[in-house]
Design a protein around this ligand. Structure first.
Ligand code: FE
Length: 197
């Protein structure tokens, strides 16, 4: 029997081969792939996290709930499901910057942040962020004052984080909808700060 030459197969070919085997073994429920594709393409988005953060900035009661029970707070918007079963919001302060990583692989809070960016999955980012967070943030364009402590949170098997940044200066007159536009996927991961243009 000719063995498969893994050196010439692309990730797409390997995924297709795996899919065929799983289908033959009847391990994929009807509609599962279509449902996940729909979620990835249309439901999971950092715009969801932006709505959560903006509401926390303007609504102290919601903010308290978000910090106490992130899963319940996000569920109020309907943001639940795979990789969002146990959501923990990390509160930035003027002297604390939280950053999320998955040092093992690439876990993110799919329903609220969307799928992880390519760099988030990179070995170098995952390895270096834990050791030299401040330097990695600077390289990504986020220079933090020396009085700000960088705290890196390694995603565990169950917990999915989102960063609640400090509401930026100059945003005092902005309404919730305008505030949402300040919050990107990078802000939710914690490698960028929200800025008023
Ligand atoms: Fe992971």
């Amino acid at each position: 029997m000719k063995t498969h030459d893994h050196t010439t197969s692309t990730p797409g070919e390997r995924a297709q081969a795996l899919l065929q085997v799983l289908k033959q073994k009847e391990l994929i429920p009807d509609g599962y792939i279509e449902q996940m594709t729909q979620l990835m393409a249309h439901e999971w988005s950092p715009e969801n996290g932006a709505r959560v953060v903006a509401k926390a900035w303007v609504d102290p009661v919601f903010r308290e709930l978000l910090l106490r029970d992130g899963t319940a707070a996000c569920a109020q918007f309907g943001y639940t499901g795979p990789q969002g079963e146990y959501i923990v919001a990390l509160e930035d302060t003027p002297t604390l910057k939280n950053v999320i990583v998955c040092s093992l692989c690439s876990c993110t809070n799919w329903p609220v942040l969307g799928l992880p960016p390519e760099w988030y999955k990179g070995f170098e980012f995952r390895a270096r962020l834990v050791r030299e967070g401040r330097t990695v943030l600077r390289e990504l364009g986020t220079e933090l004052p020396h009085e700000v402590t960088v705290k890196v949170w390694d995603t565990s098997a169950e917990t999915r984080y989102l960063v609640l940044p400090v509401r930026p200066q100059g945003s005092e007159a902005m309404d919730e909808e305008a505030l949402q536009k300040l919050i990107t996927k990078d802000v939710l991961i914690g490698v960028a700060l929200p800025h008023v243009a």
